[in-house]
Write a protein that binds this ligand. Structure first.
Ligand code: AMP
Ligand code: MG
Length: 309
């Protein structure tokens, strides 16, 4: 399906009004759930000397700031770790800028500007975060069933509450069963969300913690939506000692100097933690059953397009 001005949120329609109301209620339900569970909302960071280096093919967004080169936030992971020196459980609706390759626009799952609900728990474990993710998603769906029935009906969308706990599959098993690029085939095969766990070190970022007992395997996870909607979130337990972080950066080929400001704080001490980031537009796309992610927000920016507003 081509990208139209309607699908970039530039034309006001009844359909768009329903989607935006649902998105607003997703944000409301998620925030209420997290606050009720001891989380404190922190405001997002847009500019910083450091951001998530990201392994994949994303160009850096840089800004000249009074002569200093600052990065546009690709994810708030580094700031989340630092914020846990002050607070035990945090979340933020964090705008991320990622200049993804233009052909990524074709699959309907990528935007250059999107929002992650990014959360992190001091001393958290992967199992705790998996349970939290399951409760968060089912709480949001329950809230929408109660509060957005008209809007869901207008979108011909019937939501069923996924059953908890969600199934889990290892990265290795997922590749064996669904192929090297397993996300979409796995998602198409499922009627309930499914966790992919134990990614190999070589395919992930430096901050996901390596399992002490299993060299090269990380204590991390992705959640995959059912019915072909693909990846919902990524997260895991984190590396937090300077020694481990320096080793992992070297293994990932990230120059230490690039993260000097962060490494200085790590040296002073950051706590162990676990967390995840869930894309709000992808969640809205899944909930509303939309073909393209551009339909899930106003002023959508698909990779590679020229902006008019
Ligand atoms: P990542 O840490 O790269 O896995 O990003 C965390 C989550 O943000 C993903 O699981 C997606 O839900 C969402 N996300 C990542 N990149 C994009 C993008 N370019 N457009 C929309 N959502 C994204
Ligand atoms: Mg991911």
């Amino acid at each position: 399906m081509p990208i139209t001005s309607e699908s970039r949120g530039l034309i006001s329609t009844e359909k768009m009004r329903s989607i935006l109301k649902i998105k607003s209620e997703i944000i409301h339900a998620a925030g209420d759930y997290l606050r009720a569970n001891g989380f404190i909302e922190i405001l997002p960071v847009i500019l910083s000397p450091v951001t998530d280096p990201l392994r994949h093919t994303v160009m850096a967004g840089e800004v000249d700031y009074y002569g200093q080169r600052l990065q546009l936030t690709k994810s708030m992971i580094l700031h989340k770790q630092v914020a846990l020196r002050t607070l035990d459980r945090i979340f933020s609706f964090s705008p991320n800028i990622r200049f993804e390759p233009p052909h990524y626009a074709d699959c309907g799952r990528y935007l250059t500007e999107f929002v992650q609900l990014d959360l992190e728990v001091k001393d958290g474990t992967r199992d705790q975060l998996i349970s939290l993710g399951e409760e968060l998603l089912t709480t949001i769906i329950g809230h929408l069933q109660k509060n957005c029935s008209d809007e869901l009906h207008r979108l011909s969308r019937e939501l069923t509450l996924p059953s908890i706990p969600f199934e889990r599959i290892t990265y290795e098993k997922a590749q064996q069963t669904f192929g090297k690029e397993f996300d979409i085939p796995l998602s198409q095969a499922k009627k309930n969300p499914i966790w992919v766990v134990d990614f190999p070190l070589a395919v992930r970022e430096f901050y996901d913690r390596e399992d002490k007992a299993r060299s090269g395997i990380l204590v991390d996870m992705d959640l995959i939506y059912p019915h072909g909607f693909g990846e919902a979130l990524s997260g895991g337990e984190r590396e937090y000692t300077l020694e481990r972080i320096l080793t992992r950066l070297s293994q990932s080929g990230v120059p230490h100097a690039q993260l000097a400001a962060y490494l200085k704080i790590v040296q002073e001490g950051i706590p162990p933690s676990a967390g995840f980031g869930i894309g709000i537009e992808r969640l809205t796309r899944y909930i509303c059953g939309l073909e393209r992610i551009e339909d899930a927000r106003l002023f959508a920016k698909p990779p590679g397009t020229i902006l008019t507003i």
